[in-house]
Design a protein around this ligand. Sequence first.
Ligand SMILES: [Zn+2]
Length: 454
Amino acid sequence: MENKRKVSYFYDAELGDFYYGPTHPMKPHRVRMAHDLIVRYDLYKHLQVYTPVPCPFDDMCSFHSREYLEGLKSVDAPKSGDKRTDKAQQERLRNDFNLGVADCPVFANIFKYCQAYTGASIGAAVQLNYGQADICINWAGGLHHARKGRASGFCYINDIVLAILELLKYHRRVLYLDIDVHHGDGVEEAFYTTDRVMTVSFHKYDGEFFPGTGDLDEVGAGPGRYYAINVPLSDGMDDESYEGLFVPIMDSIMANYQPDAIVLQSGADSLTGDRLGKFNLTIQGHARCHGHMMRYGLPLLVLGGGGYKIVNVARCWTYETAVLTGQAASMRADMPPNEYYELFKPDHSLFIPKDDAMANENSRTRLDQLRTTILENLRHVRPVSGDAAVTPSIPAAAAAAMAKQQQAATRQRWESTPSPSDPSGARGSASGGRWSEDEEGGEGGMDDSGDTSN
Ligand SMILES: [Zn+2]
């Protein structure tokens, strides 16, 4: 880790201006907050900083359907002026592409937003392909739920799938690792039947929590059988339990699969105190994943993802930038003066304590059982030759099964999710509602956006 590696950092200063809406938990502004801290901690001195090139429409077609992309692009086109035509178009977007629903609202310049974060992830993959960087960071990326022809879970374009496809042009085997609190379903689905990409997702799973997939027995299909790994966890995961699974599982994967490149989706909703997640990881615990994966010395693409208590997201991605640049030891807990200093009250610390009152619902027996089963499955994994072409797809049967599970999860969610205009202020249940946390309260509410984004 001490070895100096060339680290590229992609940042679009306008990304923080995109706005999902006042009640929506996803705040692109958090990336700007992280960036400000990264600068104030002088970490930029250890980074090659790039402004990403927007991803062209045609490049998105390597994964997404043209029809869906045209629908997404049409959101910003001028309206016809005829009420009935416009309403029909809105309905079509909602029914065909899941665009314009509470989770995936349409907002101003949505296609530009997608082009910005996707262009950064693809640009990063290209740099790794050409050996221009050892590690690339794009905190605006990591939108792991987006599907070939459908928006899902706050995600519209799957920059991860597109970046992995780019990496596969120069690498035989790519390892995708997802530490977001939600299952990395969109990426898993895209590579479910190939052994050239191994997907690994650590997440909360109870069959209801969004997106409803990611159980232990989802292992891939066809030539991809055993090349999808899911680590389904319960609420309250703490640093020690997480590391106890992460280290042996990842070490076994590295030994058996021997990937040529690694993509790490670094969703910060697995931190303690998140508005949607219910894990109990500290920032150091979360960042231990980065430190561990760096030790293998492989080309590494690090992306953002979820994270809904935005002060903690900014803290986390700042500290992880320090880990990735070998600067972790020099990070002072007390923050330097910064643009959003007031929001980091009361202690203005870079770190957050674990919640001692929160129970870890993952028993020792359960954790042992997970580790044993996964290590057993990994005995089937080989470092494949990399000759097979990759067409992102999923067999019809597996797709139908996943869709069924997702529908069940989505239905639960809608039943318990109040519409943004609901005057009662009732919130969804903890299990079904993604938005179940208090929207107004404390640091987790609208306050920490600083309301500067729009
Ligand atoms: Zn998430």
